[in-house]
Design a protein around this ligand. Structure first.
Ligand code: ADP
Ligand code: MG
Ligand code: MG
Length: 209
């Protein structure tokens, strides 16, 4: 039903935003150890713009993704502010193009693919560079396999969440080739990339609604 579909994205994004805000100190610590220490601050600057309880109850999927995208593009500094703004912009576009407030598996896969392509064309990162791309690529590949297999949406999102989490975890042993974490060399080893972690939480928060 319309209500069930709307509450799916509202619950998804509200859960995710609450998780990120709650984990701000841990995210900041990761960027402090391999970066310049502002990642958590950048996330809070964006997500503090949102009325999370209103998002939870919002019926328009496009409105939700528009708000998150604008919050990142307009209020978060840093590389991640621009790249997450672009990521959510593609979810907004796909949602706005949908006939109703539903966001089915095909739409989610298409938005994630478009977001990935835009992020890699702008930032130049590839898998293994220790960035958010290490979580996004396996998630997108998983979603596309689920579309082909005609999996149901929740099963597909659970698989994508597992893939993104494994991708994020894989960044722990990497040296960084992109972004400020590349300035610290060997010191980046042992530190999970916070951008990849945030993407893993994004997919994990989509499961079970
Ligand atoms: P800054 O490095 O400008 O301080 P943030 O701390 O807000 O930006 O964001 C750092 C995050 O951005 C990293 O965790 C990484 O996931 C991501 N990132 C950095 N450079 C790139 C890039 N070229 N492509 C994709 N993601 C990147
Ligand atoms: Mg930083
Ligand atoms: Mg910075």
């Amino acid at each position: 039903s319309r209500t069930a579909e709307s509450s799916f994205v509202g619950s998804w994004i509200a859960d995710w935003a609450e998780k990120v805000l709650e984990q701000e100190p841990a995210l900041t610590d990761l960027d402090r150890r391999a970066g310049d220490g502002d990642f958590g601050t950048n996330m809070v600057a964006a997500l503090d713009q949102l009325d999370i309880s209103a998002i939870r109850d919002t019926y328009s999927t496009a409105t939700i993704f528009d708000a998150v995208s604008q919050a990142y593009l307009g209020h978060a500094g840093g590389t991640s502010g621009a790249l997450f703004g672009i990521w959510f912009r593609h979810f907004f576009r796909v949602a706005a193009d949908s006939a109703d407030s539903e966001l089915d598996l095909g739409a989610i896969a298409a938005a994630a693919r478009a977001g990935l392509d835009n992020i890699t064309s702008l930032g130049g990162a590839r898998v293994g560079d220790k960035t958010m791309v290490d979580a996004i690529v396996p998630a997108v590949e998983s979603l596309e396999q689920s579309v082909t297999a005609e999996a149901d949406r929740d099963t597909a999102l659970a698989s994508a969440a597992d893939a993104a989490a494994a991708g994020a975890e894989s960044t722990e042993t990497m040296l960084a080739n992109r972004g400020r974490a590349s300035y610290v060399g060997e010191a980046a080893r042992g530190v999970v990339d916070p951008g990849a972690l945030l993407i893993a939480w994004f997919f994990a928060s989509a499961v079970g609604h």
